[in-house]
Design a protein around this ligand. Structure first.
Ligand code: PAF
Length: 298
């Protein structure tokens, strides 16, 4: 496994691999890896199988970069958990070929003037409460696409809005890259894995289950035939309000393609929520009727 820190060296390596006919799969992360990230590595390898390449080889690149431009001024950029040595061990075990781990200075110019801004899907959900967040995400992901030259990039469905925005960017800006959605990976009790779970105290960790439990409730109401978004949102709200440490940022039922709120659950919808447990902001979601990417336990 190679560790590359220089963007120039990453791009030169990627271009040489592509010239040699070797496909590249990319898993972009902010590090502090967990089983969710490692499941994306498996999907990346399956998507660029060595056997299907003319050279009999493929390359999986995992990037680790805590991207300052996607954090707001009062957010957790400085506290965001980091453990590069552990990440390296996990990547080695998982068969990652290259870790791309650039410095902030090498990725963020002193005087940047060009950003990628999406103007529709980014308006609601997290985009509404975290102004500039998705501009920061899309800008850094576009830079990774240019530096790493992947044919395939894999993103987790837990960040449902993010992965839909990236797909939109790829479509609108003609990146020749296939985006794969990785299913949410959960702890045995149902909590969606997140690097931010490490912030939770023991009591908060227990309280954090209210996110998945409210989605379970939404799904069971849906299965009983409830199609009124307002009723589903109010049942979820009630469930979360029972937990004193929980504060709701949003609970929304949106059309899965447009991310616009719906009043009636017809066709493919996404139920997404962001909840603060103490100081930790967590997100989770459920797609209906096809919920296979969300892996909510029964
Ligand atoms: O999902 C993340 O970890 C980040 O938003 C990403 C896609 C790596 C961009 O910094």
């Amino acid at each position: 496994m190679n560790i590359v820190t220089s963007p120039e060296q990453m791009q030169a390596t990627a271009l040489a691999l592509r010239r040699a006919g070797q496909p590249i799969g990319l898993v972009p992360t902010m590090g502090f890896l967990h089983a969710g990230h490692l499941s994306l590595v498996k999907l990346a390898r399956q998507a660029v199988p060595p056997s299907a390449s003319p050279t009999g080889k493929s390359t999986v690149v995992l990037s680790i970069f805590v991207n300052p431009i996607q954090f707001g001024p009062n957010e957790d950029f400085n506290q965001y958990p980091r453990n590069f040595d552990r990440d390296c061990r996990l990547c080695e075990q998982e068969g990652v070929d290259i870790i791309f781990h650039p410095s902030v200075e090498s990725m963020c110019l002193q005087d940047p003037a060009v950003f990628v801004e999406e103007t529709a899907l980014s308006k609601g959900l997290c985009g509404c409460l975290r102004p500039g967040h998705f501009r920061g995400v899309l800008t850094v992901v576009a830079k990774f696409f240019n530096l790493i030259q992947p044919q395939v990039a894999v993103f987790g469905e837990k960040d449902a809005q993010q992965v839909r925005l990236i797909q939109q960017m790829v479509r609108d800006l003609n990146f020749p890259i296939r985006i794969i959605f990785g299913p949410i990976v959960r702890e045995p009790d149902g909590l969606a894995m997140s690097s931010r779970n490490t912030y939770l105290s023991t009591a908060e960790r227990r309280d954090a289950l209210c996110l998945v439990q409210s989605l379970q409730l939404a799904r069971s109401l849906y299965r009983q035939g409830e199609r009124d978004a307002g009723k589903i949102i109010s049942a979820m709200t009630q469930k979360i309000r029972d937990i004193p440490s929980a504060a709701i940022d949003y609970i929304e039922v949106v059309d899965d393609a447009t991310l616009q709120p719906v009043q009636t659950l017809n066709g493919a919808v996404l139920i997404a929520l962001a909840v603060r447990i103490g100081k930790t902001r967590l997100i989770d979601n459920l797609m209906l009727p096809d919920d296979h990417l969300c892996q909510i336990p029964d």
